[in-house]
Design a protein around this ligand. Structure first.
Ligand SMILES: Nc1nc2c(c(=O)[nH]1)N[C@H]1C(S)=C(S)[C@@H](COP(=O)(O)O)O[C@H]1N2
Ligand SMILES: [Mo]
Length: 200
């Protein structure tokens, strides 16, 4: 596949103790774009992030969002189509820090990410809090391009990349699990790259 024309040899362990190269993956220095459908183009000025469900409803503007604690995270990116990128520097708000600014109700167990364009993906709330999930706006020092989900996307370093919605515009806190777009269409609900949880 064309993605792999600049292969990267990689050994050793990542920051959470797993082999940097997950099984069935190949390293690349490219950053392919994987989007189902067309690319929404949203300016920071027009962008909104709505929180609802089992959390007090709130609509965030870009300015409000950027006042939250900002983090830099060096991490790897694993796509289910067998390519991985290593040691990119992502910047944004950790989901756990974002949650601190919300009133999440007892009974919230799952979170559905919603995106401009209609994409959805789901994760358990506990994984979102524990697995360095980031609401990211900057990639290797530059604002995320529209193709890669700018102005804001979710990045899930411990799960395959479809578990992070590009063009994030909603977070729905839920009591029960509910599959998102690819989870309905045959992808794994749990998406652990070290267990090769690609499809169900
Ligand atoms: N909104 C939205 N988010 C999305 C997708 C999408 O089609 N739409 N594709 C997912 C998939 S399958 C992958 S592999 C990654 C790809 O991110 P990239 O295009 O920045 O490489 O985004 C994920 N997030
Ligand atoms: Mo993907």
């Amino acid at each position: 596949m064309a993605f792999f024309d600049r292969k990267v040899a990689v050994t050793g362990r990542n920051s959470f103790g797993k082999p940097k190269l997950a099984p069935g993956q190949e390293g690349t220095t490219k950053f392919p774009v994987l989007t189902y459908g067309s690319t929404p183009r949203i300016s920071a000025k027009d962008w909104r992030l709505r929180v609802w469900g089992l959390a007090e409803e709130k609509v965030w503007t870009w300015d409000d969002f950027m006042k939250l604690p900002q983090t830099k995270l060096k991490a790897d990116f694993h796509c289910v189509t067998h390519w991985s990128r290593f040691d990119d520097v992502w910047e944004g708000v950790m989901f756990k820090d974002f949650c601190c600014a919300l009133d999440v109700k007892p009974g919230a167990r799952h979170v559905m990410q919603h995106a401009y364009g209609g994409y959805t993906t789901n994760l358990p709330l506990q994984w979102m809090l524990e697995e360095e999930v980031m609401l990211a706006h900057t990639f290797n020092g530059a604002p995320l391009s529209a193709d890669h989900g700018g102005p804001l996307r979710v990045f899930t370093p411990r799960r395959y990349a479809w578990k992070g919605a590009k063009w994030l515009n909603g977070l729905e806190f839920m009591a029960e699990d509910k599959p998102g777009f690819w989870e309905v269409n045959g992808y794994s609900n749990t998406a652990d790259p070290w267990k090769e949880e690609r499809f169900w």
